[in-house]
Write a protein that binds this ligand. Structure first.
Ligand code: SF4
Ligand code: SF4
Length: 143
C-alpha cells in the first residue's frame, strides 16, 4: 500500500536544487521574516547562514521534497515550477496546506490533480495568492 504523504515526510530522497520557494513564502518570526517576503539571508547561491539557519527552516520539508513514491513528478511539480507548495499545516499536523506561490497557480491542471488527490486523505487548507483572480478549485468535486 502506498504511504500517504504525511507518512513519507521524513524520507527525503530529493534535494531542493535551485528551489527556494519556502524561503520567500513562509514567515519565520525568529528572524523577523514575514510571509511572502524574500528572506534577507537568501542569495543566488542559497542560504548564507545555512549551517546556523533557524530551527523552523531546518524542520521544514515540503511534500515534494519528502515524496519517495512519486506522487509528485520528479521535477515539474517542484514548488517553484508548479507554483504551489504543499506542506503539513502549521496549525494542524493532519492538515495539508496548499500554498499558492503565483497568481492562479492552483488553476493549473497538475496542481488541481494533486490537490484533489491529497484531499481524499487530508483536510486541505488553501492559501490563495492575494493576486489570484479565480477562486481555488472546488474540493467537493474530489472523488
Ligand atoms: S519549497 Fe520544498 S523543494 Fe523548495 S526549497 Fe523549500 S523544501 Fe526545498
Ligand atoms: S534563513 Fe536561510 S533557510 Fe531560512 S528562510 Fe532564510 S534563506 Fe531560507
Amino acid at each position: 500500500m502506498m504511504d500517504t504523504p504525511l507518512q513519507q515526510i521524513n524520507q527525503t530522497s530529493r534535494d531542493c536544487g535551485t528551489c527556494n520557494a519556502c524561503c520567500t513564502a513562509l514567515s519565520i518570526s525568529s528572524i523577523g521574516k514575514e510571509a511572502g517576503v524574500h528572506c534577507h539571508n537568501l542569495c543566488t547561491a542559497g542560504c548564507v547562514v545555512y549551517d546556523e539557519r533557524p530551527e523552523p527552516c531546518k524542520g521544514f520539508t515540503c511534500l515534494w521534497l519528502a515524496d519517495n513514491n512519486n506522487l509528485f513528478d520528479q521535477f515539474d511539480h517542484r514548488p517553484d515550477r508548479l507554483g504551489v507548495m504543499f506542506y503539513p499545516s502549521q496549525q494542524s499536523s493532519n492538515t495539508i496546506t496548499a500554498h499558492e506561490l503565483r497568481p492562479d497557480a492552483l488553476q493549473n491542471e497538475q496542481a488541481k490533480i494533486i490537490t484533489n488527490f491529497l484531499s481524499q486523505f487530508f483536510p486541505i487548507d488553501i492559501k490563495a495568492h492575494k493576486k489570484s483572480a479565480q477562486q481555488p478549485p472546488n474540493l467537493s468535486d474530489a472523488a
